[in-house]
Design a protein around this ligand. Structure first.
Ligand SMILES: Cc1cc2nc3c(=O)[nH]c(=O)nc-3n(C[C@H](O)[C@H](O)[C@H](O)COP(=O)(O)O)c2cc1C
Length: 362
């Protein structure tokens, strides 16, 4: 058990889940301002090995383990997070206008299931504030992704124009972009996982994508098989890659996760999306199916329940070119990206001469 798990996590878990996140974020933000702190963090946590490097969309990733969207919604920590050993960092979801998100409580831990339930609702400071912050950040030590969403009060007809406007404002500052049509906490957002609606959004973004920045699409894990099979090849034709997947609203997964902690229903917490260990198998399955549906021609970022190198290896073997973590960071702590990288290198050496698995061209 790591120092985080034996000492820090019990303290953080005494706090309400969102307060614990704010405390961890404040500690990281502070570290970002102290001279030499990033170098210390990097020495303590990061693991570099040329065998982990890969190039996608012309971007060099020092390793395939990234931070998933939602942890650093306003890009406050984008300068510090690479020091933990992430191979890339995705900020957001950012919406065109600032919005407060849903009322608290909106984040809940299910420790027995190693899961989180969240219904944050795209709380963020808006595109302008993120543009200013990213401008001040300057060069990126690792690729920086920007995850784009839609304001809660936007009409469905406005979606193409709003995604395009948000993209256009931020495109100078990100290395890749994500059209997020899969968060469960904005009413109507998932309905944009429809060929025609998505095509309008991607066309509108393409029309202002003069620099030809890679634009990926993040899908939900809850599409039925037929919808997934229809949508994935369509997205693969029109976007630079797929992110699989967002949090789940599957009632069976939710029920099992609540039951693991002896709770049938959590008072005061309805709705929200599930993440962490309970979505692990689903994420791997979706990556496997997407790889088969696209013939391995479209890069896939696998995300869901990655807590260690075995989980990452599973997603990479299923066809992901990169993986991301969020909930694993809450349960395993800041050593997670480095630990996964060390484990992946070990795994690769065991599998010599097989290189790091990759579903898509590097
Ligand atoms: C508290 C919380 C907030 C999240 N916010 C976002 C978000 O703003 N945009 C997004 O695309 N995904 C968001 N996600 C989903 C994660 O990026 C990821 O897809 C999902 O949690 C599965 O990965 P995990 O099991 O490693 O957490 C959020 C997840 C959590 C737990």
């Amino acid at each position: 058990m790591s120092l985080y798990e034996s000492l820090i996590r019990p303290l953080l878990f005494q706090l309400d889940a969102e307060a614990a996140h704010e405390a961890a974020a404040a500690a990281l933000a502070l570290a970002g301002t102290l001279p030499g702190a990033k170098a210390l963090l990097s020495a303590a946590f990061a693991h570099r090995d040329p065998a982990l490097e890969r190039t996608l969309w012309g971007l060099r990733f020092p390793n395939p383990v990234g931070l998933a969207a939602g942890f650093d919604k306003d890009a406050r920590l984008a300068g510090t997070l690479p020091a933990l050993g992430f191979g890339f960092v995705e900020v957001g979801t950012v919406t065109w206008r600032a919005q407060p998100g849903n009322p608290a409580p909106r984040l809940m831990r299910l420790p027995e299931a190693e899961a989180l339930l969240n219904r944050m609702g795209f709380n963020n400071a808006g595109a302008e504030a993120m543009a200013e912050r990213l401008r001040a950040l300057g060069a990126h030590p690792v690729p920086l992704g920007v995850n784009l969403g839609l304001n809660k009060d936007a009409d469905a007809d406005e979606a193409p124009a709003l995604y395009a406007k948000t993209f256009a404002r931020l495109s100078p500052f990100g290395d890749y972009f994500v059209v997020n049509v899969s968060s469960p906490n904005t009413a109507g957002l998932r309905a944009l996982q429809d060929k025609l609606k998505l095509e309008r959004i991607l066309d509108a973004v393409a029309a202002v994508n003069g620099d030809k920045k890679p634009v990926l699409v993040k899908l939900a894990p809850d599409l039925d098989d037929a919808a997934f099979a229809a949508l994935v090849p369509f997205v693969a034709e029109r976007a630079s890659g797929l992110i699989l997947a967002n949090t789940s609203v599957d009632p069976h997964l939710r029920h099992a996760a609540l039951e693991a902690g002896g709770r049938r229903r959590e008072p005061g917490f309805s709705g929200g999306g599930l993440s962490g260990a309970p979505v692990r198998a689903r994420a791997a399955e979706l990556v496997r199916r997407a790889k088969a549906l696209t013939g391995g021609k479209c890069p896939i970022v696998g995300v869901g329940g990655v807590f260690d190198a075995e989980d990452a290896w599973e997603l990479l073997s299923a066809g992901a070119s990169l993986v991301q973590v969020y909930t694993g960071l809450v349960y395993r702590g800041p050593s997670l990206p480095g630990d996964i990288c060390r484990g992946l290198v070990r795994r690769m050496r065991e599998n010599v001469p097989a290189p790091l698995p990759a579903g898509a061209p590097r």
